[in-house]
Unconditional design. Sequence first.
Length: 608
Amino acid sequence: MCGIVGYIGNEQAAPIILEGLAKLEYRGYDSAGMAIFDGQKIQIKKSVGRLKVLENLTHGGEMMPGFSGIGHTRWATHGAPSDANSHPHYNPSGTIAVVHNGIIENYIPLRNKMISKGYEFKSETDTEVLAHLLDYYYKGNPIEAIAKVLHRVEGSYALGILFAQHPGQLFAVRKDSPLIVGQNDAGCFIASDVPAILKYTRTVTYVDNQEIVRLTPEGMRFFTVDEEEISKEAVTIEWDADAAEKGGYEHFMLKEIYEQPKTVTDTISPRIKDGDIVIEELKMSDEELRGIKRIHIVACGSAYHTGVTAKYVIEKLVRIPVEVDVASEFRYRDPILEEGSMVVVISQSGETADTLAALRESKARGMKVLGIVNVVGSTIAREADSVMYTWAGPEISVATTKAYSAQLVALYMLAMKLGKARGVIDEELFATLLADLRRLPEQIEFLLGQKTKIQRFANRYVGAKDIFFIGRGIDYAISLEGSLKLKEISYIHSEAYAAGELKHGTISLIEDGTLVVAVSTQPELFQKTISNIVEVKARGAFVMALTTTGNKEMDKAADYVIYIPQTNNYFTNSLAIIPLQLFGYYVAVGRGCDVDKPRNLAKSVTVE
């Protein structure tokens, strides 16, 4: 959601900024703009549409010479997509320019205040308030002006700021929206995410809440909101820049689907030692694990779906009660967090606003919080009591695939660790589970080899208007994610239902030819799901079933069957999701959709 890139140094800024913004397109946006200081004044160009429009408008940046600048890709919140609402925004004299990711919650009273001071607004955005406030408080000292503004605004923000009167300086500010800074021999950079500047530097520093950074061509200095200088530690990014490229695949999503065997291997292998699971990041002894009385899993979107799976796995395997909450609802239902509870927050980016808010609420209530995240050094990783990284590498496509699979296996390992520490999983069962866990990567590889079969079937449904997914237990959790994958990239209406709910209203939606995807991988629920298949077929549905090898009865019940390899019943989600990801992908491609950048969606939701 929104991308920020800034540069100051001894090279032309505009081409660097455009290139960085291109690396952030996956975040989702509807307009783009740049502000470049040309030695005399700040020049601003911005436009609605894809970044290519801005590139053409500026001839790849050649028409905006200068050695410092800021750029932005906007995802509309306040005000519709338009040139006027696009970033950067500036003060009345055009001497201060600002780009912003986040939401200023008290912008209306601030806007009214600035109007009363004689300021005129040219946009509908909350960000323009910041530009005018900076102008109002600026008396020659940028740090002082920025600090005064930060004391006045409420909400979330990552900011890049240029002051024409300070041509050798660039400023960055952050609260609750991700922002990093980096440096190489040619200058300094700011960005919303690592891929934007990875070509130029692997050494980055994560800006923490309410910190101000002053960047010059020679280096950077950090300040608190009280204008006190502080020191910060830089980190080295380990993954290669090539990991953030398509590598010959048509879309990032397809590339990331095919990276899942490696992702699962990278997530589980470092934690399997001498026939045991070792999760050093938990920082909890077996005695502490035995003391856990309840687990609260909090997440959004696909990460929430992994939590639903984990609820079934942990409750059945470990016998600890588990509650799963959509993060945006967690705080507002005033959850009962009792002593002995552990909160697990799950986020690919580690910056998801609602999940981060749930983490802080939990910690404020004295709960121990485990973060399961993919991005090293992200806010959730830094603020959680302990963190379990998923090691999926950069995930660029908005529709998550490999991060989802990595989160699943991380949760399996957590369940196994808990079960063994509590004495409810004996050595024989643990060894069986471990063997099945290790086989998952090669089984996923096998399923990826079936893509042609799935593609042919998907081509039949590119014109579908409604598709329904049904399942029971863990299969319901699989259905939730399969349905989400389809709807978010193909724009086909799709819903997932617990199969037992069909007769409570949902079955009225079934018409002749409606596709129903029935997931049935749990032996104790197989016959129940067969009955549901019979019900929908009697109303005219065409049924695609997904089940495990050996369930030949499904050939008679369903119209089309996809088989997945045998694995432990607790782990079937990791295999069943692969055909559903491919199905959603090929339906979307067949419809001509922009798979990696679906409309209205952003990769990292950094505002509530």
